[in-house]
Design a protein around this ligand. Structure first.
Ligand code: TYC
Length: 104
């Protein structure tokens, strides 16, 4: 589907400015640290980001080796909610685990 077109005075069809915006997407990036256990990171990947056990381990290892990794891509509101959940569950367990969001 193309942009809506309007008939200009000249007779030439010109594109209208779009009236709706496609919502921006945000990457949730998980950061490595030396204190959070691998087991807890895998648990977070499975429960907050709905990864399979195999995917959860793969992402955790990627973050452990490279310092950061993408946990998922979401709308702003969902990304913020997931980050809050990760931080509150981690603090409850005494882990410094941190994640940040980046516009796609
Ligand atoms: N580096 C941590 C350890 O060796 C494991 C870890 C992985 C921590 C990923 C955070 O986002 C993270 N226990």
């Amino acid at each position: 589907m193309g942009k809506p077109r309007t008939q200009h005075e000249s007779g030439t069809a010109v594109a209208e400015k779009p009236r709706t915006k496609t919502p921006k997407q945000y990457k949730v990036i998980l950061l490595n640290d030396d204190y959070t256990t691998m087991e807890f990171v895998v648990y977070i990947m499975e429960t907050v980001f709905m990864k399979t056990p195999a995917e959860a381990i793969q992402i955790m290892l990627q973050v452990h080796k490279n310092g950061r990794g993408v946990a998922g891509i979401f709308s702003k509101q969902i990304a913020e909610a997931k980050i809050d959940r990760v931080h509150s569950e981690a603090r409850k367990e005494g882990f410094p685990l941190k994640c940040v969001m980046e516009e796609e």
